[in-house]
Design a protein around this ligand. Structure first.
Ligand code: FAD
Length: 435
């Protein structure tokens, strides 16, 4: 029989759960990716993430061609295109991997219904996480809201079974032959979608054993290349989480914990989808933010007068990446020193981060604002100057991004730390006490 496999956040052939399941059951599997015009319309014409996807699709197409198949790339609304493709290819089923973001769930529900009306089932598999949905919950089946017990349970439940690769290649003969595919005359590329080439260079997702060995000691220093930079690969599934988790288990407990943070936030979003727009702790939605537009602009542009904050924002604007330590500092500075709503910062990061991922971004922003599950207590306000001393002790990171610092042409701090801290505590206290 014939089935469609719909690629989304899983742009690889190897160790792809849903693809494997489709290939095992059907002898003609059509590999499909859809550029969702609804999503593309919202993005700037120069967007490294769209370029990343375009380059990842090239690689995926090559992987499929090495098995005699090819990738059918469609452009449009998946809710319309999928039923059309099902009809065109006479498919009996559509296979895909789960996406747990609220918008994706809604889209999938529409696709599912319209396929069902044609007698075709949408089958979803777990692929981008080791544990999904309610697989890691408390003994009474309620969700965890604190990381440490979540991670303990995660580790306790882990058996080799959960990290086994899905050997899709074994059934590669069941991929539709390229000549069976009704490919568009020209495969959609960046230019045909109206996007520009960017400076992004697609590199395969690899992590050196030496990096893992040093990860615990080096991961907090932004001047050092001490973290994996695999965020974007995990976002789009160009690497397998199972393989990476296995490497972490063999190489670095600290790194494994970061992967578990990722699943903690995905699980939280699954159970508490409202937290995309609402504080996890409701009292924090009573905070009377200052939301000063001019202040926000200075933060966005890296002109706050705090060199570590400015270095981070400039790195983000220039490259799409920011080191985790610096993300924590700039986020805390926005919410606490400037009293600007965490949602403004969350949206700014969403536009600019290469590794932008809804669950992690919302979870970490709420952590920084103090409003989240297992967040830092609100009265702990990072001192950006001390953070710089501690984590950029010889100033190498600041020099790279704020070369004018200490040489004159650099703004004075836009708020004084002690005053800003006192103002923040007052405003937060008022909100939290109202409950
Ligand atoms: P590594 O240190 O090498 O970690 C490996 C992987 O573990 C990461 O790629 C990521 O998938 C996961 N991970 C690590 N730390 C976290 C964390 N705190 N929460 C969730 N997952 C984690 N991460 C995102 O993937 N997308 C986001 O949109 C995002 N927004 C953030 C916003 C703020 C305000 C903060 C403080 C952190 C945010 N993070 C986000 C978490 C973290 O900063 C990045 O995952 C990390 O810096 C990416 O670099 P890396 O791949 O080199 O990470």
């Amino acid at each position: 029989g014939t089935a469609i496999f719909w690629f989304r956040r899983d742009l690889r052939v190897h160790d792809n759960a849903g693809l494997y399941e489709a290939l095992k059951r059907f002898d003609c599997v059509i590999p499909v990716f859809v550029f969702d015009t609804g999503i593309l319309a919202e993005l700037p014409r120069y967007d490294r993430r769209v370029d990343f996807i375009a380059q990842a699709l090239e690689v995926l197409d090559q992987q499929l061609r090495s098995h005699g198949s090819a990738l059918h790339v469609g452009v449009g609304e998946p809710t319309k295109l999928l039923p059309e493709l099902v009809q065109r290819y006479g498919a009996q089923a559509v296979y895909t991997n789960g996406d747990y973001e609220p918008d994706a769930l809604q889209r999938d529900a529409v696709v599912e219904r319209s396929l069902a009306s044609r007698g075709v089932t949408l089958h979803r598999f777990k692929d981008q996480v080791v544990f999904e949905k309610s697989e890691v919950v408390k003994d009474d089946a309620s969700p965890y809201t604190v990381f440490t017990p979540f991670s303990r349970k995660w580790k306790k439940q882990l058996t080799p079974f959960f990290l086994q690769a899905y050997p899709s290649e074994r059934y590669a003969a069941n991929l539709a032959r390229s000549e069976q595919l009704q490919l568009p005359a020209q495969r959609p590329d960046l230019a045909s979608l109206g996007f520009e080439r960017t400076d992004l260079q697609f590199a395969p997702p690899r992590i050196a054993r030496s990096l893992l060995a040093q990860y615990g000691a080096q991961r907090d220093f932004p001047a050092v290349h001490g973290t994996s930079r695999l965020g974007i690969h995990l976002r789009f599934g160009t690497g397998s989480i199972r393989a990476l988790a296995q490497q972490a288990i063999d190489g670095s407990e600290v790194f494994l914990n970061e992967l578990i943070w990722r699943e903690f936030f995905q699980t939280l979003l699954w159970h508490f989808p409202k937290t995309v727009t609402h504080s996890f702790k409701p009292a924090y939605d009573n905070i009377v933010w200052r939301n000063n537009e001019a202040d926000f602009k200075r933060w966005c542009e890296g002109q706050t007068g705090y060199p570590l904050v400015d270095a981070g924002m400039r790195e983000l604007n220039a490259t799409g990446f920011m080191h985790n330590r610096v993300r924590m500092v700039v986020a805390s500075f926005l919410c606490k020193h400037l009293l600007i709503d965490w949602r403004w910062g969350e949206r700014y990061f969403a536009k600019h981060l290469l590794d932008y991922e809804l669950a992690a971004n919302v979870g970490n922003w709420q952590w920084a604002a103090g409003s989240g599950a297992d967040a830092a207590p609100y009265f702990r306000v990072f001192n950006p100057t001390l953070q710089a001393k501690k984590f950029d002790p010889d100033g190498a990171y600041v020099r790279q991004w704020v070369p004018e610092f200490g040489k004159g042409d650099y703004p004075a701090p836009m708020v004084e730390h002690t005053e800003a801290r006192a103002r923040c505590l007052q405003v937060y206290q008022r909100a939290v006490k109202e409950q």
